[in-house]
Every structure is written in structure tokens, then in C-alpha cells.
Ligand binder design. Structure first.
Ligand code: SAM
Length: 235
């Protein structure tokens, strides 16, 4: 099977045995300057995340084992505005596949919007009936109520593999309503060819960012021309 590329932040990958703190004579560990800098970077990122939570929306902490990296506030607001523009004035239901931050911002920006969050992490059961447990390995293992019911679908897959994208695409086919529907895929730039091949999506100019620094550049791909929104379609 194809190796799953995950999205771990660089700073964590770079920690190695050689960066372990030296021991002093009394065996009291002291941090090397490298480890201290890494710790300070981590604490500062945690602080900015918690500051954003105070003024924006509160999110559960990221679990990197589940490939969880939350959007920064500007990214979450920009994508939420786009989704609200697409669903504006129409009784259209929105499905968020594996993007809980977007769900939280959508509900904050318009509490009346109809959004279903499909997500593996059961901590999001806190969203009540708006939450559906979802494992991309079982792409159509979903209640029939959800079938062909969504006009706007946004997905942010946990892995940068062809297999993961193909399975998420199966879920999108299950969820999308007949006729016109709007798809947004947020994922690594490295998925550009596959996003076009599997889902017919094109990249937009807007670059999503996360509260943690990631080694991969992220893009938004859409199946519709956003005009000047989201930085326009890259032709
Ligand atoms: C790259 S993150 C996307 C989160 C997005 N950036 C946000 O801020 O909302 C991937 C998401 O996939 C979820 N996930 C992890 N394993 C999964 C699985 N087996 N099936 C479906 N989703 C999964 C994670 O919990 C996480 O929310």
C-alpha cells in the first residue's frame, strides 16, 4: 500500500537524539540552545492559539496522531465567508468533511446555517446532531439521510495520499446533491494533479495557513470558478 504522508510540523520532525539536553555533573538536565529555541517556539504557538481562541472560536487541542492541524483565524474566516456566499439565500445544506475549525467558524458567523460535520474525532460529538462519525476508510458507511443532500461540500483529508483522496471522493459523490454543487478541497499543493484527475478541481490563489507551521504548502481547490474570491482560479 502507498505510504501515507502526514502533515507533521517541521519543528517536531527535526528533534533528534543529538538535540537531547546534556547532563551536568549532578545529573540535572539542562536544555541545549537548540532545544530551548524549539520549546520557546512551541510555547509561543500554543499562546497564539489560545489567544485566537479567546477572541475567535474555541477549539479542542490538536491531536497530531490524527493529523490534526487547525486553520489560523484568517484562513477559517476566508473559507467560511466563501461557503456562506455559496449557500446564501438558498436553502442549501453544507457538509464539512474532516474540517472541524471551518464548522465552528461557520456556526459563529451564521448560527442559522445548516452544516453537518463528518469527522473521526469523537470529541466533536459536542456539536450534537450536527456531528457524524466518519472514517474515510469506510467512505459510504453513512446514514442514508445524508445521501445526495448537500449542495456545498468542503473536505480537508487527513493524509496526502492517492488512496485517501480517492476514498474522500467516494464520500463526496455520496453526499452531493444532483444538479449544481460546489466542492472545495483544502489540501497540500502536492495533490494538485490528483485533485484535477479524481475530482476535476482547480487551485485558487488563496493559500490556507495553520496555527502550527507545516512543511507542506496548502491550497484550496474548487470545482467552480470563484471569480475574484479566494484569490481567483489559477489558470
Ligand atoms: C488535516 S486535518 C484538517 C483539519 C482542518 N485543517 C481544520 O482546521 O478544521 C485532518 C482531519 O482529519 C481527521 N481525521 C483523522 N483520521 C481520520 C479518519 N480516519 N477518517 C476521517 N477523518 C480523519 C482529523 O481528526 C482532522 O480533523
Amino acid at each position: 500500500m502507498e505510504e501515507q504522508l502526514d502533515l507533521n510540523p517541521n519543528s517536531v520532525n527535526e528533534l533528534s537524539e543529538s538535540s537531547l539536553p546534556p547532563l551536568e555533573d549532578d545529573d540535572t538536565p539542562v536544555l541545549s540552545s537548540y532545544a530551548l529555541a524549539a520549546l520557546q517556539e512551541f510555547l509561543s504557538s500554543e499562546q497564539s492559539h489560545s489567544d485566537a481562541g479567546d477572541s475567535e472560536v474555541s477549539l479542542v487541542s490538536e491531536d497530531w496522531r490524527l493529523s490534526q492541524f487547525w486553520y489560523d483565524a484568517e484562513t477559517a474566516k476566508t473559507v467560511a465567508e466563501e461557503v456562506l456566499t455559496l449557500s446564501n439565500g438558498v436553502d442549501s445544506r453544507v457538509a464539512c468533511i474532516a474540517c472541524p475549525t471551518l464548522y465552528a467558524y461557520l456556526k459563529k458567523m451564521d448560527p442559522n446555517v445548516s452544516v453537518q460535520l463528518l469527522e473521526y474525532d469523537k470529541r466533536f460529538e459536542q456539536y450534537g446532531s450536527d456531528y457524524t462519525f466518519y472514517d474515510y476508510n469506510h467512505p459510504e458507511d453513512l446514514l442514508s439521510d445524508l445521501k445526495h443532500s448537500y449542495k456545498v461540500i468542503i473536505a480537508d483529508p487527513p493524509y496526502l495520499s492517492k488512496e485517501c483522496l480517492e476514498k474522500i471522493a467516494e464520500t463526496i459523490s455520496f453526499l452531493r446533491q444532483p444538479g449544481e454543487s460546489f466542492l472545495l478541497l483544502l489540501t497540500g499543493e502536492v495533490q494538485k494533479e490528483r485533485a484535477a484527475e479524481i475530482l476535476g478541481l482547480h487551485p485558487c490563489g488563496f493559500k490556507p495557513h495553520h496555527t502550527s507551521k507545516l512543511g507542506n504548502e496548502f491550497r484550496v481547490f474548487t470545482n467552480y470558478d470563484p471569480g475574484t474570491r479566494l484569490g481567483g482560479w489559477e489558470k
